[in-house]
Design a protein. Structure first.
Length: 265
């Protein structure tokens, strides 16, 4: 029987201190060495494409986790399929318990007010992923500080109490210059909606194009003032004291790994 130990936010600062000095590739290598069961979570946007490409170039195969809400743009589905096939990342698609039609019949049109939007996003994005911890201890996430907002402070390593996994953001400190370089490489797979006025892309119901003079996330939940994020990323909200439980051997490896990472520099 597997023994479990707790890891809390207080354990993270010394590890993040060292990770800040590693390159994107080195962060991924470190994560692979610490977490036996690790996957890659993306919604098919630009940073996700870049991280998928880097993983592929490293010769690494990890599962591609995709929360399919049932109301995404066809271009997003096509992009995810291309990322999976071109970068050789096995696709694992997670879907809500209810179709949008069934959800509307049961709860009404949720996304027309703030409370309903939170419930809708939770049901269609978060709940399908709640069992991830049964298969994985960590997720690679394509968040980047250059996106601004809450993500300007995203740590390289974070705790996801919803999914009981560690979140690793190897692109967190990727510079704007490096970001643009990856985007303009011929073999980077990009969601075509980005070139059609959509800086960020979510569900069809709650995503609109954005003018050049607007904030980049203005097209997300435009009808609801003050809503910026869906709730799937722990770093998108103010932190509360958090802890998760992982297999004991993984926690021990994690708590001692920062000294190994220190020796790489």
């Amino acid at each position: 029987m597997t023994a479990y130990s707790t890891i809390s936010e207080s354990d993270l600062p010394p590890i993040n201190h060292v990770l800040e000095r590693l390159s994107t590739v080195e962060v991924i290598q470190w994560a692979l060495s610490v977490f036996p069961r690790i996957a890659f979570l993306t919604s098919g946007q630009r940073t996700g494409s870049i991280l998928a490409k880097i993983i592929y170039q490293m010769g690494v195969k990890v599962d591609l986790i995709f929360a399919d809400t049932g109301v995404l743009f066809p271009e997003t589905h096509d992009t995810i399929e291309k990322i999976s096939s071109s970068y050789q990342l096995p696709l694992k698609r997670y879907t809500p318990a209810l179709s949008m039609t069934e959800q509307t019949e049961k709860y009404g049109v949720l996304y027309l007010n703030h409370a309903g939007q939170e419930q809708c996003c939770h049901m269609r994005k978060v709940e399908p992923l709640l069992e991830l911890h049964e298969d994985y201890e960590a997720l690679l996430s394509p968040l980047r500080r250059g996106e601004g907002g809450q993500r300007s402070r995203v740590p390289i390593m974070d705790l996801d109490i919803n999914f009981n996994v560690v979140r690793i953001s190897p692109l967190a400190n990727l510079s704007d210059e490096e970001y643009q370089q990856y985007l303009h490489e011929d073999d980077t797979i990009i969601n075509p909606l980005h070139a059609q006025g959509f800086p960020t892309i979510g569900c069809i119901r709650c995503t609109t194009p954005v003018r050049d003079d607007e904030p980049r996330r203005a097209g997300r939940w435009r009808h609801l003032s003050g809503v910026d994020y869906c709730g799937i990323n722990p770093s998108d909200f103010s932190h509360k004291t958090a802890s998760i439980e992982l297999p004991q051997e993984v926690v021990q490896s994690l708590k001692t790994s920062f000294s190994d990472a220190e020796n790489r520099k």
